[in-house]
Write a protein that binds this ligand. Structure first.
Ligand code: ZN
Length: 390
């Protein structure tokens, strides 16, 4: 059935539109109106949302879809994601990346996984490169990767301020940024460079240096893990004020929070208090990454795995614990990442956009239902479409 009429939903597009009916045809949103009459003989599947919150499916700008890291030896290589990991987290668009390891993990494997997720019904993209410089690519060239490989939308994660990176400076970053920028312009893609920011004291100084010493704008770079510690988040607020967008990592553990990480909810609250432009903040899952904690000697103290449910949990924390407005909290996982990634039909509910949407309980924001490209993946808390091996 390719026609769906969702009735009686509280629509957050992500801005609040009040009670609406939503018509979905062939994977797209056809109309959002207070009352849609359907007198045609053409069969339509009607669904009463019963006042549930209807919002865009989450756009995750960083997931290690084939697994990432493995800083504790081969046995700690994190496993690849499955369709259910995204569905249970309300994520309908994923952006895959390699990470620390581009020796045993390859772009070929990454592209195969992107295509598998697309066949299973999600929207999936990837960044070429990994932590290191010179940037490892598929075709041997950043510009060719972005321009010629359909799902390649940028470069990342290039690591700075991290002992696992290639210890590069602003000149190397400017070179990567200009290659990605030109390829993005010529192919109508984002061409963004996602930058993994570690915990070293240099923080994002190299990115400010690129903007100061080259012709590239700060917005060419998209630094992630910017909630790693309070000082880094403060630098992130400066980056935003200068025209950039920062990404915060939603996956966390009590140990990581105890070691000084700023939770997504606390960071967004600070940004709002500081009068910052919240359209310049995104949350990503860093799903299936290793979440290593290093001790003061630089030794690995513990290692956990990033979760794709973390965006939903961060959204719930923003609204239910930090008392932030739902529409603003939603932008960090919908319109904001879609804009940075150049995904024009994602992250916003309006006629013509992809029918990627979620239903959330109004009282506790629990995930009830998930639709991607006009197909139900979860209804009333039960997954109704499985991945090949699930
Ligand atoms: Zn990273």
């Amino acid at each position: 059935m390719s026609l769906h009429l969702l009735r009686n939903a509280q629509v957050y597009a992500p801005e609040s539109l009040g009670r609406q009916d939503v018509l979905v045809t062939h994977g797209k949103i056809a109309a959002i109106e207070p009352k849609i009459d359907w007198s045609s003989n053409v069969p339509v599947q009607e669904y009463d949302c019963n006042g549930a919150i209807l919002c865009p499916g989450f756009v995750d700008s960083l997931t290690h879809i084939t697994g990432g890291g493995g800083e504790g030896g081969f046995a700690t290589r994190t496993p690849e994601m499955q369709l259910k990991d995204a569905v249970e987290g309300g994520v309908t668009t994923v952006t895959g990346a390699l990470g620390t390891d581009a020796t045993c993990r390859t772009h070929q494997e990454l592209i195969a996984k992107v295509k598998a997720l697309k066949e299973e019904g999600l929207s999936a993209y990837f960044y070429t490169g990994n932590y290191h410089f010179p940037v490892k690519t598929v075709t041997g060239d950043i510009q060719q990767d972005i321009m010629l490989l359909e799902e390649c939308i940028g470069v990342g994660e290039i690591a700075i301020a991290d002992h696992r990176g290639s210890q590069i400076g602003w000149r190397e970053l400017a070179k990567v940024g200009s290659d990605a920028r030109v390829a993005g312009m010529c192919s109508g893609k984002s061409g963004i460079v996602m930058v993994h920011v570690g915990s070293a004291a240099r923080q994002i100084d190299d990115l400010f240096d690129v903007a100061q010493h080259s012709d590239l704008p700060l917005s060419q770079f998209y630094p992630t893990h910017m909630n790693r510690n309070p000082e880094l988040f403060k630098a992130g607020l400066k980056f935003m004020a200068a025209g950039g967008t920062i990404d915060l990592t939603a996956s966390t553990t009590p140990e990581i929070i105890a070691s000084g990480e700023v939770s997504c909810a606390a960071a967004l609250a600070q940004a709002i208090d500081a009068g910052a432009d919240t359209s310049r903040i995104t949350f990503s899952t860093d799903g299936h990454a290793s979440l290593p904690v290093f001790n003061e000697q630089g030794e690995l103290a513990s290692l956990k795995v990033g979760s794709m449910r973390s965006l939903l949990e961060a959204l719930q924390a923003c609204v239910l614990k930090a008392d932030l407005p739902l529409d603003i909290a939603l932008t960090t996982v919908t319109t904001n990442p879609a804009r940075v990634l150049g995904l024009k039909t994602k992250g916003k509910l309006c006629a013509g956009n992809d029918a990627d949407l979620l239903l959330l309980s109004p009282d506790n924001l629990e995930l009830q239902s998930v639709m991607a490209h006009g197909q139900w993946f979860m209804q009333n808390g039960t997954r109704v479409r499985q991945g090949h091996f699930e």
